[in-house]
Design a protein around this ligand. Structure first.
Ligand code: GLN
Ligand code: ZN
Length: 754
């Protein structure tokens, strides 16, 4: 039996890639130095995989920003406006990823979307009628050759044509299927070149196969691969799926001449029953995803071995992770603050490699490896979660009334209008202001005990005062305190809640150079004291304008934490909702009239198949949000914020969150969402982001004005707010100040004109 992984965290053990890339962005290192760093990391990771006994080692899972973008660039899916900049290949690549503003021109970045049901974001390839899909790049081959030089024959991995073309956006008349012919030729050429380089296996990722597929799409997939696989000579092709089961396409999949098929046994609820129903071809390898690529908990060997025994009756098994290890932190080895008692239960990327190896050893020689199995079994027999009876009881006692806020939205809108006295098109921001070096240093010094709590707080208050003064000076209407005390919108709350655990170095890539460090839910969650009240209250004393209180909502806290697996996600979320409800009421009692409860990650755990959306998720996630604010006074205005644009299909559910105002990302998706809002007569007031904060580009007044006009063409002016599309913490100070000034000026110009 062999072991395999789908991909490895490229950002590095201590985020080396992130720092090198950011140094490059700041012109502190050259392109060559960055390339060398990439090479060094790839090399290190391959060797590590070899050392850990992994048999199938991927290459091509490394990326300077995103592998979907890499595939697009490799295949010449680069819109003209980027090509016309005539930059170096690396600069063009980063122009696609982050936008470009400089001597060569001015372009925005490609859109960015959530990668299936994860918190990873991919760059959305843009295709128009002039796009010429053909093999132009060589990153895949370079990586393969590099590894080969180091004596390692890797399995290059690339996103497959079906998924790539399905995820792309189309600006012309052509659609995905119009590019299949070209894609077949390009991928066939990739096959050829790899074979010539000495490659034996290629891994083609087709995660789109776990989505709901129409019969037409299944046919398209089948024809696409019939033609493509007819062109492979001397190469073995693994089609890799993950994030669910492939129920709509399983029969076609096993009939196609793939040499290996990768199936997910963790999130794929129906994978086993598909095997039982349709069998598995004996001549193919079954890459069985049995080690969870998303959670941080140790694998329960007994359970897995039982599953394996069953799977092995169907075919030749290779032990695999359920998805790329990109979605878990690098290693436990650097976590020195947590006790062994606790870390005993954890498994990050490197430890998951060891688990694969253990499982391989035990399944090949059970007697010889009984000790490994016994230790694992013993661990799972122990009671590990800390319980809080009171919290469990509180959740049990919830009634329908607890989830309903009164009076109804329209009535509240009138009441709040009188109370708050805001202009039309009120301007605001999403909460955070740039996290400068000093801001981060202040937190770091406090954490290390280098400064006193007083010094720490005084610094933050100073920053808040500056931030408030700036907002007043440029004329924003609803102010924020800037979130200087927060490292991360989830970790910050987790730190103040009971039931949470924290890591030091357990970073996971979210997009590009941005990483997050999700806290771990270890026990029942409760709040023992106010979390945000002091800073919000202080900030409010500095201004007569409304100061928004800033909270993170329960669904987002859950979705950006590593959750427990012994109780349901619903139960954990309700525990969180009760804790945040206490915070909301405390803010209100302390004079905060507008409270924003961010649900940036609401969509994250939305099941990939639409049939499961309500029953498995929305039916408890939306009420959990309502629970948080159901008890506030009619005069208190509740805002929420979402980070992504793809919610046209759950728009009614979002309206049902019953917030008074919602802001969301819209600028990168060309405001498509507005039509959806209009179509369902969306009740909540909305602030569609008028510029993209994921890029350092400064939008001009005219540009923002035009965006506001676009919004007003679709929606009634009394419902519109003007704001950036997300928090500003990742941005620099100069670009932030310039952008916000332009935003306020644009709003004023539009107001003047109506
Ligand atoms: N209030 C948060 C901030 O501004 C929201 C962040 C987010 O949506 N990801 O940083
Ligand atoms: Zn956001």
């Amino acid at each position: 039996m062999k072991t395999s992984i789908i991909g490895f965290p490229r950002v590095g053990e201590v985020r080396e890639l992130k720092f090198a890339t950011e140094n490059y962005f700041r012109n502190e290192i050259s392109a060559e130095e960055l390339e060398n760093k990439g090479k060094e990391l790839r090399d290190k990771h391959w060797k590590l995989l070899v050392d850990q006994g992994i048999d199938f080692i991927p290459s091509g899972d490394f990326s300077f920003f995103d592998t979907t973008l890499d595939a697009a660039v490799l295949l010449n899916i680069v819109p003209k406006k980027y090509q016309q900049l005539k930059l170096s290949p690396l600069e063009t690549y980063f122009a696609l990823a982050r936008g470009y503003q400089g001597e060569a021109g001015d372009v925005t970045a490609l859109a960015m979307k959530k990668w299936f049901n994860t918190n990873y974001h991919y760059m959305v390839p843009e295709i128009d009628d002039e796009t010429e899909l053909k093999l132009v790049g060589d990153s895949l081959f370079t990586a393969f050759n590099e590894a080969k030089k180091a004596g390692i024959i890797t399995r290059p991995t690339i996103i497959g044509p079906f998924t790539l073309l399905k995820l792309a956006t189309y600006h012309g008349t052509k659609q995905a299927a119009d590019f299949y012919e070209d894609a077949i030729n390009a991928y066939a050429q990739i096959f050829d070149r790899l074979v010539k380089a000495g490659c034996e296996w290629i891994q083609i990722d087709e995660p789109a196969l776990v989505l709901d597929l129409s019969t037409a799409e299944v046919q398209q997939f089948k024809q696409l691969y019939q033609k493509l696989l007819a062109k492979k000579v001397n190469l073995k092709v693994l089609v890799q799926t993950y994030f669910g089961d492939v129920r709509d396409v399983y029969q076609e999949l096993i009939e196609l001449p793939f040499d290996g098929i990768g199936l997910d046994f963790i999130e794929g609820r129906k994978t086993v029953s598909l095997l039982e129903k349709y069998g598995f071809p004996k001549e193919k390898l079954l890459f069985a995803g049995i080690v969870n690529g998303k959670n941080i908990w140790k694998n329960n060997y007994e359970v897995t071995l039982t599953l394996l025994e069953k799977i092995q009756t169907f075919g030749n098994v290779v032990l695999n992770t359920s998805c790329s290890l990109l979605h878990v932190p690098f290693t436990l080895a650097n976590e020195s603050a947590l006790t062994k008692e606790v870390t005993n239960y954890f498994s990050f990327a490197v430890e998951k490699l060891a688990e694969l190896n253990d499982l391989k050893k035990i399944s090949t020689d059970k007697d010889g490896n009984q000790a490994i199995l016994n230790a694992n079994t013993a661990l799972f027999k122990k009671e590990r979660f800390s319980k809080n009876e009171q919290v469990a009881q509180q959740v049990d006692l919830l009634t329908e009334q607890d989830f309903i806020r009164l009076p109804v939205l329209a009535e509240r809108a009138t009441i709040q209008k009188d109370k708050l006295n805001l202009p039309i098109l009120p301007t605001t921001t999403i909460g955070s202001f740039p996290q400068t070096k000093e801001v981060k240093q202040n937190r770091a010094k406090f954490k290390k005990g280098e400064i006193t709590e007083r010094e720490y707080t005084a610094f933050n208050q100073q920053k808040i005062a500056e931030c408030v003064a700036f907002q007043e000076e440029i004329g924003l209407d609803v102010l924020v305190h800037g979130e200087f005390e927060r490292n991360d919108m989830v970790e910050y709350f987790g730190e103040s809640l009971d039931g949470y655990l924290f890591t030091e170095k357990a970073w996971v890539q979210s997009y590009g150079t941005r990483c997050v460090k999700p806290p771990i839910i270890w026990g029942d969650v409760s709040r023992s004291q106010p979390i945000t009240v002091a800073y919000s209250k202080y900030a409010q004393t500095l201004t007569n304008k409304p100061m928004k209180g800033m909270l993170t909502g329960p669904v987002t806290i859950l979705n950006w934490s590593f959750p427990r697996e012994d109780i349901s996600l619903r139960e954990s979320t309700l525990q969180l909702a009760l804790a945040i409800q206490e915070e909301v009421l405390d803010l209100e009692a302390n004079g905060i009239e507008i409270i924003q409860i961010d649900e940036a990650a609401l969509r994250e755990k939305l099941p990939l198949r639409q049939t499961d959306w309500h029953s498995e998720y929305l039916d408890w996630a939306i009420p959990a949000f309502r629970l948080v604010h159901s008890k506030v006074k009619p005069t208190t205005q509740i805002h929420t914020h979402m980070c992504y644009s793809e919610f046209a299909d759950i728009i009614q559910d979002i309206d049902n969150m019953d917030a008074d105002v919602i802001s969301f990302e819209a600028s990168r998706s060309n405001l498509d969402i507005l039509d959806a809002l209009k179509a369902i007569d969306f009740q909540t007031q909305v602030g569609p982001g008028v510029y993209d904060i994921h890029s350092p580009r400064v939008p001009s007044v005219n540009e923002i004005e035009a965006t506001i006009h676009n919004i007003l063409n679709k929606l009634p002016i009394e419902k519109i707010w003007v704001n950036p599309d997300c928090g500003l913490k990742t941005r620099g100070v100069p670009e932030t100040e310039a952008s916000l000034k332009n935003l306020v000026l644009a709003a004023k110009k539009v107001r003047g004109g109506v």
